[in-house]
Design a protein around this ligand. Structure first.
Ligand SMILES: [Zn+2]
Ligand SMILES: [Zn+2]
Length: 365
């Protein structure tokens, strides 16, 4: 019998407090699942929201869901990834941020597995009970049955791949909801990580105009390198963003607009910037209390579609990873991660992520 292995994990005992390092036994891979040695976890804005107590989470908890790792153990019944590629110990993988039952009406009939009635999300559950290790800020992570694993192409570095498992995949889900195609024009409200991936996907797919509005000149400068064709600095009160967008689109307005800033006050501007028949995709306001006052006659008269996007399905993760792989020479994907820290420096990592000088901060456990 081999000795029980232990893994270090950074545990949030209470919001707004420093994480503490704890050790947990490394579980064996469950049937249909796996155990992964985490090689990189990038800190998502929603991790910061939980850490800052802005959204409820069970404690103690191991945060982190933008994860890349290598397979340490495969459970019985798991032999292939979502593309039907064979899986083996040592393979570098990422996986959907949720596990789903595959049987409930959300999974089967509504095709919304991200809303499965037995949904579990990595980095969202208490780590009090076994298997403990279900978050990215730890040396190992247990993958449950019902999670879609995706083998990563060797040419795509961890830094570029980790944010695919949330930001880029969510941007891909928004892309699909927006029904965008080559030659279209799109407005992206917000130049953070979601905005950068949305811009890159739009540019990669051949959108004619990728217009970005933000109040931060540095971010607007950065997103130009991700395919933004036109940047509007909304911090300048003299700028009429809607008029500027109309001018860029022959007076029509954009085909689709994506709200990725998490600011309900900008939604009406987005609706006014759309052409008749356009699509408005809301994916930034992922917190309670995001109230907006909207003149609904804009939606009615312009025959607009307004859709919400929250998390994603496995096809969006595949789209994101493929697009990042194909476009990695075109866009500075590695620059999304501005700093990296070891697990023992996790509190410095959280503070750096909170300061927001980089799009993403990585923890290398
Ligand atoms: Zn289900
Ligand atoms: Zn996230």
């Amino acid at each position: 019998m081999t000795a029980q292995r232990f893994a270090r994990a950074a545990v949030m005992v209470e919001p707004r407090q420093d994480l503490v390092l704890r050790e947990y036994p490394v579980p064996h891979a469950p049937p249909g699942g796996a155990v992964v040695r985490v090689t990189c976890c990038t800190i998502c804005r929603s991790d910061l929201h939980t850490w800052r107590g802005l959204r409820p989470a069970p404690t103690p908890i191991i945060l982190g869901h933008e994860i890349v790792g290598t397979i340490a153990e495969l459970g019985p019944g798991l032999a292939r990834d979502v593309r039907d590629q064979p899986l083996a110990v040592g393979d570098r993988v990422t996986w959907t941020l949720h596990s789903a039952c595959g049987k409930c009406r959300y999974c089967v009939e509504f095709r919304l597995p991200m809303k499965c009635r037995s949904l579990r999300k990595y980095g969202h559950d208490s780590c009090q009970a076994p298997p403990h290790l279900r978050g990215g800020l730890a040396e190992y992570c247990q993958i449950d049955a019902g999670t879609s694993l995706l083998k990563l192409p060797p040419g795509l570095p961890d830094f570029a791949a980790a944010p695919a498992n949330c930001a880029a995949a969510t941007a891909a889900a928004a892309w699909e909801a927006a029904e965008l195609k080559s030659g279209d024009s799109v407005l992206i409200q917000g130049a953070g990580a979601l905005g950068c991936y949305a811009a890159a996907l739009a540019a990669h797919a051949g959108c004619r105009r990728v217009v970005v509005v933000d109040v931060n000149a540095r971010r607007l400068q950065f997103i130009r390198r991700f395919g933004a064709t036109d940047c509007i600095d909304a911090s300048n009160a003299a700028v009429d963003a809607v008029a500027a967008i109309k001018e860029l689109t022959e007076g029509l307005g954009v085909d689709a607009a994506l709200e990725v800033a998490g600011d309900p006050a900008i939604i009406e501007t987005g609706l006014l910037s759309l052409r008749t028949g356009g699509r408005y995709i809301e994916l930034g306001c992922s917190f309670p209390g995001a109230r907006a006052t909207i003149d609904m006659s804009i939606v009615l008269w312009k025959l607009l579609t307004v859709r919400g996007v929250h998390n994603y399905d496995v096809r969006h993760l595949i789209t994101a990873v493929d697009a990042l792989h194909e476009a990695q020479d075109r866009f500075p994907l590695g620059d999304v991660v501005g700093a990296s820290f070891g697990l023992e420096e996790v509190n410095a990592a959280l503070r750096a992520a909170h300061e927001g000088t980089a799009m993403r901060v990585a923890v290398i456990p």
